[in-house]
Design a protein around this ligand. Sequence first.
Ligand SMILES: Nc1nc2c(c(=O)[nH]1)N=C([C@H](O)[C@H](O)COP(=O)(O)OP(=O)(O)OP(=O)(O)O)CN2
Ligand SMILES: [Zn+2]
Length: 125
Amino acid sequence: MFEVTVEAGFSSGHYLRNYRGKCENPHGHNYKVFVTLIGEELDEAGLLLDFKLLKQVMRPVVDYLDHQMINELEPFTTLNPSAENLARYFYQETAKQLHEMTTGRVRVKDCTLYETDTSFARYYE
Ligand SMILES: Nc1nc2c(c(=O)[nH]1)N=C([C@H](O)[C@H](O)COP(=O)(O)OP(=O)(O)OP(=O)(O)O)CN2
Ligand SMILES: [Zn+2]
């Protein structure tokens, strides 16, 4: 089994609803997201997936969130923009495209979303 991982970063504002504490107030993070792919077969070049292609798949998702108040963007107008929900959002948005792109040869294993250097959430199915 092979895995490849690409990291990306974005800086955004958010606040947590239904939360008691300082994070109920608007504040910002320099987020980091790691998307890990998994598969058994390599392509003709010996790659599970070109890092470049994975970066291209992640880019629109990152650009959508970067320098925005995440609570004002769908689906986070109603879904709390926690690290957990953001990790799942990255998983779902990238999995859709990767399945089509590789006809199922490569799948997303997990997405890990760092809010701070010491706090992160991971989503997988
Ligand atoms: N399981 C989760 N817990 C918390 C989340 C989350 O997304 N999932 N989010 C927050 C807040 O967004 C907060 O900004 C981050 O919390 P925290 O790690 O406490 O941030 P600090 O860097 O300020 O940590 P200190 O140790 O208080 O300095 C809260 N919890
Ligand atoms: Zn926060």
